[in-house]
Write a new protein. Sequence first.
Length: 131
Amino acid sequence: MSPSSPPQPGRPVRGSESGRPIMAAFDLLGRRWVLQIVGELGAADLGFNELQRRIGRISSSVLATRLRELSELSLVEVGDDGTYLLTELGRSLLLSLHGLFEWSDHWAASRGQVVNEPLDPALVNRLQPEA
């Protein structure tokens, strides 16, 4: 794996030579800004500048790199109007993280910590597969 290529299922990734898809997913999700980009695009289709504004302290070059990686992995695409949006695969990724979100609340509560705000039902509806 070269540092400039996104993690791929079936290929070794940082910290694992197994090629297991879950390890590639963990590598991808552990990359700085990826979860925030996916989360913002889960809430709305956004142009580059608006996405950068919502994320905050991300440079335009890093945002462009992450969007290119997510596009290569078929998680993000560019719409006809130039906005970035999650693909069906990208929406399914965000939906699959819902269980981890709930688990993290349980974990935090077991340690006397504050839990997350509940997910917005409109966001969950937006992420459902198209019929």
